[in-house]
Design a binder for this molecule. Structure first.
Ligand code: ADP
Ligand code: MG
Length: 244
């Protein structure tokens, strides 16, 4: 048993993949971006993180990726205590997590195929596997037949599908999506949501940050609401809490 596994045994239940234990995060001396946040997420859950701009949603995502460390408290993800993880192990830890952003972040001068294959090359997947895995994931996201196209020739919805394929090709346990529909029209947004729901039904834990009330209310999933860095709501099959 590795030290990480012992930590998991101690702080997490077997069916949990994320635990935040009294986590605060302050940037410098400003008011904390997150304040005493505790939450537990089980394997296979679909969770929305909602709240006004500046409420700490992206900070939470960055803590889960170990891009940031908490000022106080502990973050546990899968078998890892992210406060104690050694620097050299962070890349290996991050292989367990796929990430999608509002602005897609694709390589503009590379084809759709190359954008996805790149993620496999980083983890030194053998070429034979890459040639098998990339077409498979591209057809899962509905982009079979667009391999050679460059991202700027695709619609926003298609570009986000490429980003999702890239996030999933290494078969992560957890998918983190920070406002993935923020740049999309309602039709493309709903299609991306269908795709994320399918991915979740296939066993991936999905954590999605969003401002979109219609999406949250339509999906009937768990909703965690942040306000000024504090969790003010956490409902199963929740709705978007309208503050105004
Ligand atoms: P959200 O994603 O909900 O809009 P963020 O997590 O990005 O919120 O930001 C939460 C708060 O932390 C905001 O007040 C923001 O200005 C502040 N903040 C975010 N990133 C930084 C940073 N790198 N340095 C200083 N303050 C930051
Ligand atoms: Mg944000």
């Amino acid at each position: 048993m590795t030290p990480q596994m012992r930590n998991k045994r101690k702080y997490m239940e077997d069916d949990e993949v994320i635990v935040l234990d009294h986590v605060s995060k302050a940037y410098g001396t400003n008011q904390p971006a997150l304040c005493d946040v505790s939450l537990r997420i089980k394997k296979g859950e679909f969770v929305f993180i909602v709240g006004d701009s500046g409420s700490g949603k992206s900070t939470l995502i960055k803590l889960l990726l170990r891009e940031l460390v908490p000022t106080e408290g502990n973050v546990y993800v899968l078998d890892y205590n992210l406060k104690k993880i050694r620097h050299g192990r962070i890349p290996k830890f991050r292989r367990n997590i796929g990430v999608v952003f509002q602005d897609f972040r694709l390589l503009k001068d590379r084809s759709v195929y190359e954008n996805v294959a790149f993620a496999q090359r980083i983890i030194q997947m053998p070429g034979k596997e890459i040639r098998k895995n990339v077409p498979k994931i591209l057809s899962t996201v509905g982009l079979a037949g667009k391999y050679r196209v460059k991202p700027n020739r695709l619609s926003g919805g298609e570009q986000q599908r490429v980003a999702i394929a890239r996030a999933l090709v290494n078969k992560p346990c957890i998918l983190l999506a920070d406002e993935p529909t923020g740049n999309l029209d309602p039709k493309n947004s709903m299609e991306i949501m269908k795709l994320l729901e399918e991915i979740n039904e296939n066993g991936t834990t999905v954590i999605m940050v969003t401002h979109n009330k219609d999406i949250v209310n339509a999906m009937q999933k768990r909703v965690i609401t942040l306000k000024k860095g504090v969790v003010i709501g956490d409902q199963e099959r929740g709705v978007y809490i309208d503050e105004d």
